[in-house]
Design a protein around this ligand. Structure first.
Ligand code: NAD
Length: 290
């Protein structure tokens, strides 16, 4: 019995760079439930991502979950640097660089291309985070890096949601972003301003839930436990973090990307029709511990 049926739904998943990160697994789960999926990536990683989506050697990683026989197949792969709201915001010297040349890699450009590819939108996934100083503590972070972390990891949710809203008109859309426990508790190794960026992201999701709720859209956050993605590896000894968290979690285990994708799928489904402005922890219960 298939409980979640997203046939006819159109989903845009941002922040996919490889076949390991949460975005990849979320895209697969949404497609497995029947949605048409558009994938957006940072302009600089588009060629790499295309390889993961086409080369035979990555075929196993494209296999959809839930006993599907199909593979991940994006309707379109669209480059977007979420630090730019419109083409006018992209500096001239950037426009000629690899991945940016010849396309509108801004958020508005992404939504224009999405509209061209699929018309309307039902689901928007924000799976993007970056700080240039993630290995520097919260005490040592520079002003510029702090602001970059906020701009890339938090403000982008507001900008993407605003630009997506016209495509979601009359479709009771679902928007989901990904946070981390450091938004609520002090996590010493989580540097570069990222803790504040996640706190802002959670606050923004609640505010957006109000502003977009009138149009019937939900805005929620999933907060996963540590997972060895490319982004997480740059934070520190991710293996040790995972082991320590698993040992102190009620379920005595770490999480995997499918745990997160399952929960995001739920929040994008009619099963979660009255859930909005929520932060859902997908961390084997670690957040509940003293
Ligand atoms: P990831 O590296 O796969 O994803 C991060 C993505 O952000 C990458 O695709 C990267 O290209 C993209 N990105 C960075 N700057 C960008 C920009 N300017 N424009 C467009 N895209 C940009 O790693 P992940 O761990 O899957 O991260 C996905 C989300 O999950 C992030 O929000 C992260 O903070 C969150 N998260 C991760 C963990 C973890 O332990 N891995 C835990 C909790 C939350």
């Amino acid at each position: 019995m298939q409980i979640i049926d997203l046939k006819g739904k159109k989903a845009l998943v941002t922040g996919v760079a490889d076949n390991v990160g949460f975005g990849w697994h979320i895209a697969k789960s949404l497609q497995a439930a029947g949605a048409e999926v558009i994938i957006s990536c940072h302009p600089r990683v588009q060629t790499i991502l295309e390889r993961f989506l086409t080369k035979d050697k990555y075929s196993e990683s494209r296999q959809l979950p839930y006993n599907s026989k199909d593979e991940l197949k994006a309707i379109a792969i669209l480059p977007c640097d979420v630090t730019y709201d419109t083409m006018e915001d992209i500096p001239e010297e950037q426009k000629s660089q690899k991945g940016y040349a010849g396309v509108d890699a801004s958020i508005q450009g992404l939504m224009d291309a999405t509209q061209k590819a699929v018309g309307e939108l039902d689901i928007l996934i924000h799976s993007v985070a970056f700080s240039p100083e993630v290995d520097r503590s919260h005490l040592e972070v520079s002003r510029q890096a702090y602001l970059t972390a906020m701009s890339t990891s938090s403000y982008s949710l507001i900008s993407l949601s605003r630009a997506a809203a016209p495509l979601m008109k009359d479709r009771n859309g679902h928007i989901v972003g990904l946070s981390y426990l450091a938004a609520q508790r002090a996590v010493p190794f989580y540097g570069g301003g990222m803790a504040a960026a996640k706190a802002a992201l959670e606050c923004d999701a609640r505010m957006l839930a109000w502003h977009l709720g009138e149009a019937g859209h939900t805005v929620n956050i999933v907060s996963p436990g540590p997972y060895a993605s490319r982004a997480a590896k740059s934070i520190g000894d991710i293996g040790e973090m995972i082991d320590q968290t698993a040992a102190r979690s009620p379920l005595r285990r770490s999480i995997d990307a499918q745990d997160v994708a399952n929960s995001v799928l739920f929040l994008c489904s009619p099963l979660a029709s009255a859930i909005t402005g929520e932060v859902l922890y997908v961390d084997a219960g670690y957040h509940a511990m003293a």
